[in-house]
Design a protein around this ligand. Structure first.
Ligand code: A3P
Length: 299
């Protein structure tokens, strides 16, 4: 048997009504009791909203545009993925918690947790958090393809089935709607920079400058241009330390759909039928009626 054949898709469970892998559910107490340090930076997103992109931008800022330093390890090793763990027996072991605990400060961490499930120590320590949100339709399309190509995710079923699951919030890390709304609310009370994928696509320089300001730092003009270049989709797609081609053989199948898939705003138009789109919009209006949060679905 090849590794691919032996690896089965994960079972799921729930923590406070939010879907996670069984493994995350079983380690939940440790996640909840995680001890954040005051100089931790947390990059929080709903899955497929532009996490990896933001991580690369932040890493480049922290290393003053030194590409070699940013190639020291793959994204998920440079920035511990807080709640993620894969048991020791599996072909690719990982414990975000262990990685984080062993890492010297200042640390940059990644999470997909909805705001109500963020370990309380992050609030107690008043940590800075960068949240990135992406419009629901593109986020959904990206998530669907990621489920297809990555065996760390449950089987997505058909496109139609996956749309239903996404709308019902019965996917890993729970409801997209609750996620973006919850973090939007939290930004008024905590040190949270709330960014949009669409803004980053429209004007990456402007959004990188927002990050610089939030991090209370600055870089030379040439370094900023270097960051822009190095974090552009076409460049990141070819970067083995950012494109998830390293260490994931048998888990991610880039021939089904590459991790660095399209990197566009508006690709949803290639997937939603007219009827699906109408249904989605109607449901969206209801779910988003209680927020001022507005997304762009095209540029
Ligand atoms: P698509 O599937 O729409 O292409 P995450 O890192 O949160 O898992 O998000 C992955 C999504 O971000 C994918 O979207 C991926 O292609 C896109 N992405 C990654 N790097 C990017 C970049 N530098 N610019 C634009 N999009 C990027």
């Amino acid at each position: 048997l090849s590794l691919q054949e032996t690896l089965t898709r994960p079972e799921t469970g729930e923590v406070e009504g939010v879907t996670f892998t069984k493994i995350i559910c079983s380690t939940w107490d440790q996640v909840w009791n995680f001890r954040a340090r005051p100089d931790d930076l947390l990059i929080a997103t709903y899955a497929k909203a532009g996490t990896t992109w933001t991580q690369e931008i932040v890493d480049m800022i922290q290393h003053n545009g030194d590409i070699q330093k940013c190639r020291r390890a793959s994204t998920y090793k440079r920035h511990p993925f807080l709640e993620w763990s894969v048991p020791k027996s599996s072909i690719q072991t990982y414990s975000g918690l262990e990685l984080a605990e062993a890492m010297p400060s200042p640390r940059t961490l990644k999470t997909h947790l909805p705001v109500q499930l963020v370990p309380p120590s992050f609030w107690e320590q008043n940590c800075k958090i960068i949240y990135v949100a992406r419009n629901a339709k593109d986020n959904l399309v990206s998530y669907y393809h990621f489920h297809r190509m990555s065996k760390i995710m449950p089987d997505p079923g058909t496109w139609e089935e996956f749309v239903e699951k996404f709308m019902a919030g019965k996917v890993l890390w729970g409801s997209w709607y609750d996620h973006v709304k919850g973090w939007w609310k939290a930004k008024d009370k905590h040190r949270i920079l709330y960014l949009f994928y669409e803004d980053m696509k429209e004007n990456p320089k402007r959004e990188i400058q927002k990050i610089l300001k939030f991090l209370e730092t600055d870089v030379e003009k040439e370094v900023l241009n270097e960051i822009l270049h190095h974090t552009a989709f076409e460049i990141m797609k070819e970067n083995p330390m950012a494109n998830y081609t390293k260490d994931f053989e048998g888990i991610m199948d880039h021939s089904i759909s590459p991790f660095m898939r399209k990197g566009l705003v508006g690709d949803w138009k290639n997937y939603f039928t007219v009827a699906q789109n109408e249904k989605f919009d109607e449901d969206y209006k209801k779910k988003m009626a209680d927020t001022a949060l507005v997304f762009r679905t095209e540029l």
